[in-house]
Design a protein around this ligand. Structure first.
Ligand code: ASP
Length: 318
C-alpha cells in the first residue's frame, strides 16, 4: 500500500482491509509495553493537517506516529496562515515543499482531502471530510467488532441516527458490507439519505425493528454543525424515539455490543447507563484507534527516501 492515498473505504479491497486489521492487531502489543516505541518510521515526517476540530482522531494519529518514531508535525487551522487568508492549495503546496512522507487531512468540506492528494507527492490519508467519509474511523470500528465478536462476516450491524450527515456511517456502511456483515440503518425519515438501500443496507424508521436481533449497535452523534434547518421536532423527542437505553436494547442479541465514535451527547443518543455499561466498547474504540492508525502509517507511509531512490536507481542501471 506504500504511496497510495486512503480517501474512502471504496479505495480498499477486502484483502486490503484484512491486511490493515491484522497489522493493527500486531501494533496493539506495542501499546502494552513499558517503552511504547519502535523504530519503524524513524526519519520519516508525517504532517497532520487539521482544518476542522478534532480530539480523538488528531491525538491518535499523533500518538501513532510517535510510537513508530516518525517526526510528527501538527497543523491546525486557527494557528496557521489560513487565518491570514492563505488558500488551502497554497498551504498544501507549502507543506509539500517541506517533503513530508505522509499527510493526514481533515476538512469540513467533502472532497478537500482528494484535492490536496492530487496536488501532493506524498500519500494522503483522509481523517474526515464533511459528511463524506471517515475511513480510519470505520477501520478502527471494524477492528473493535472483529476482536469483540471474533469475526465480521455474518454479523448484523445496526447504525442509528443522523445517517444523512454522518461520514462515520457512510464509511462503516462501505466497510462492513465489503466484509460480509448485514448492515441496517435506523433514522428519522428526514435523516435517511434517499436511495440509501442502493448501498446494500436495510433502512428502518423504527429503532426497535432495526435493533431486533442485532450483534452490534452503533450510535451516531447528531451533526448539529451540518444541519440546515430543523430535521426533528426537538432534542427531547429525538432522544425518546432514537436514543438508546438498556430497556430498548433488550430486543437485540443478549451479547450485543454498543458503539459510538464520540463525542457523545449523553442523554440524547445514548443513556448514561449504556455509555458506561458493560455493553459499551466506546473506550475500546478509542484504544484501537491508536493501533489502527499505527498500522495505516506503517503500511502507507513512503515516498522513498533519497538513499532508497539512489539505491533503486543503482539496481535499475545494473
Ligand atoms: N468524531 C467523528 C467525526 O469526526 C464523529 C462525530 O463527530 O460525530 O466524524
Amino acid at each position: 500500500m506504500i504511496g497510495r492515498d486512503l480517501l474512502s473505504m471504496e479505495d480498499l479491497s477486502r484483502e486490503d482491509i484484512e491486511k490493515i486489521l491484522d497489522t493493527a492487531a500486531h501494533m496493539q502489543e506495542i501499546g502494552q509495553r513499558a517503552v511504547k516505541k519502535v523504530p519503524s518510521l524513524r526519519g520519516r515526517t508525517i504532517v497532520n493537517l487539521f482544518f476542522e476540530s478534532s480530539t480523538r482522531t488528531r491525538m491518535s494519529f499523533e500518538i501513532a506516529g510517535k510510537r513508530l518514531s516518525a517526526d510528527v508535525i501538527n497543523f491546525s487551522a486557527s494557528s496557521s496562515s489560513l487565518s491570514k487568508s492563505e488558500s488551502i492549495m497554497d498551504t498544501a503546496r507549502t507543506v509539500d515543499a517541506m517533503d513530508p512522507d505522509l499527510v493526514v487531512v481533515r476538512h469540513k468540506v467533502a472532497g478537500v482531502p482528494k484535492i490536496i492528494a492530487d496536488a501532493l507527492s506524498a500519500p494522503v490519508i483522509n481523517a474526515g471530510d464533511g459528511a463524506h467519509e471517515h475511513p480510519t474511523q470505520a477501520l478502527l470500528d471494524m477492528l473493535t467488532v472483529k476482536q469483540a465478536k471474533g469475526r465480521i462476516a455474518g454479523l448484523t450491524v445496526t447504525i442509528v441516527g443522523d445517517v444523512l450527515h454522518s461520514r462515520v456511517a457512510r464509511s462503516n456502511i462501505y466497510g462492513f458490507i465489503k466484509m460480509g456483515a448485514e448492515v441496517r440503518i435506523a433514522a428519522p425519515p428526514t435523516m435517511l439519505p434517499p436511495g440509501i438501500e442502493a448501498l446494500g443496507v436495510k433502512a428502518y424508521t423504527s429503532l426497535r425493528q432495526a435493533i431486533e436481533g442485532a450483534d452490534v449497535v452503533m450510535m451516531l452523534r447528531i451533526q448539529m454543525e451540518r444541519l440546515q434547518g430543523a430535521l426533528f421536532p426537538s432534542v427531547r423527542e429525538y432522544s425518546e424515539t432514537f436514543g438508546l437505553s438498556r430497556t430498548k436494547l433488550r430486543v437485540a442479541k443478549p451479547d450485543c455490543i454498543v458503539m459510538h465514535p464520540g463525542p457523545i451527547n449523553r442523554g440524547v443518543e445514548l443513556s448514561h447507563e449504556l455509555a458506561d455499561g458493560g455493553e459499551s466498547v466506546i473506550l475500546e474504540q478509542v484504544r484501537n484507534g491508536v493501533a489502527l492508525r499505527m498500522a495505516l502509517l506503517y503500511l502507507f507511509t513512503g515516498r522513498p527516501s533519497k538513499d532508497e531512490e539512489v539505491a533503486a536507481l543503482g539496481e535499475e542501471t545494473k
